[in-house]
Design a protein around this ligand. Structure first.
Ligand code: BDR
Ligand code: CA
Length: 325
């Protein structure tokens, strides 16, 4: 692995957190994981976006995650129904028609919060103390791009953005070069990159190194609680298709690496580099161009994570899921 990430020590303080998400099988695992760590992650709200499935389903699945974590008090605000400019795309082939593999979905008891996600982001970030709020982003970045367009001053309230996004050394998962969250709205990803807020990206380069195994899933199931069974059921259904497609020995849990990074950044290794998004029509559409070797001599704008401790990740995930109902 490359040398320790120098940014680590700056990231260990508890986070005041908003999670922007498009659940999504791995999103739900990331959300359960995060809601199991209230002493480190003070989750103020979830904001939802169309992505893996249309908005009504991602918003329902986010509320289900709150219910399953015993946190129906966390408000869920529905956000953008479609990307900024491109035609909407979904990933029901991976996440199922309802956006969740392996588990039954139903209408949760708690309704959506009043008002939209973009309005919530603008109001909350404007009122927040300077550099106080971390935004974890697990789907297409449309909501923040819209909020930045409406109110560029909201960057003041942001401490950092931690994104599951992009691919470089690994190659893409929706085209040969593009990762789904960026491909689904590259214009939004460009706006977010241009915001100047400190950004950490967890791309496929790292998520395809942190893979399930039968033993890792069995440990989650053996916890004996409902959340352990839900996570194991989701992974049992989700992992095999990824393993088959990429000929990998296990399945990735992409978005949950964001939660692990927030809780224990020392599990990960990366480098501050210059990254650009290709939003031009063509084969490169949605690609994250990551200048790992500094060939362009442009200023670093992303802490690009390239490697992580897979066993450390599953230990941390299992330990946290054990705390839930
Ligand atoms: C990302 O795309 C989605 O399908 C997953 O939820 C994850 O956020 C992986 O490319
Ligand atoms: Ca996602």
């Amino acid at each position: 692995m490359p040398p320790p990430n120098p940014a680590d020590t700056a990231h260990t303080a508890p986070h005041t957190l908003i999670i922007d998400t498009d659940p999504g099988a791995d999103d739900v695992i990331a959300l359960l994981f995060a809601m199991a760590a209230p002493e480190r992650l003070d989750i103020r709200a979830l904001t939802t976006v169309a992505g893996n499935v249309p908005l009504a389903k991602t918003s329902r699945n986010a509320r289900l995650a709150c219910e399953w974590a015993g946190r129906p008090d966390i408000p869920v605000y529905a956000g953008a129904q479609r990307p900024l400019k491109r035609t909407p795309i979904y990933a029901a082939n991976i996440h199922g028609r309802e956006g969740l593999t392996g588990v039954d979905v139903y209408e949760p008891a708690a309704p959506l919060a009043e008002g939209g996600a973009v309005e919530y982001l603008v109001r909350t970030l404007r009122a927040a103390p300077e550099k106080s709020v971390t935004l974890a982003m697990l789907g297409p970045q449309t909501n923040l791009a819209l909020a930045l367009e409406q109110a560029p001053d909201i960057v003041r309230g942001l401490r950092e953005l931690v994104l599951m996004a992009g691919a470089h050394f690994n190659g893409g998962n929706i085209t040969p070069v593009a990762e789904f969250n960026v491909f689904a709205d590259p214009h939004a990803a460009e706006a977010v990159l241009a915001s100047g807020v400190p950004i950490t990206m967890l791309p496929l380069d790292v998520t395809h190194k942190i893979l399930t195994s039968d033993e890792r899933i069995a440990r989650l199931r053996k916890l004996g609680n409902r959340a352990g069974a839900i996570v194991a059921d989701i992974l049992d259904a989700y992992a095999p298709q990824e393993m088959k497609h990429y000929d990998m020995p296990g399945g990735p849990v992409h978005d949950a690496t964001v939660t692990a990074y927030l809780l224990q950044p020392s599990l990960f290794r990366g480098r501050r580099i210059h990254v650009e998004i290709d939003s031009r029509e063509g084969m490169g559409f949605g690609q994250t161009v990551a200048d790992w070797h500094g060939s362009l001599r442009r200023p670093a704008n992303v802490n690009w994570i390239i490697d992580g401790d897979a066993q450390g990740f599953f230990d941390l995930l299992t330990e946290h899921i054990a705390r839930l109902p």
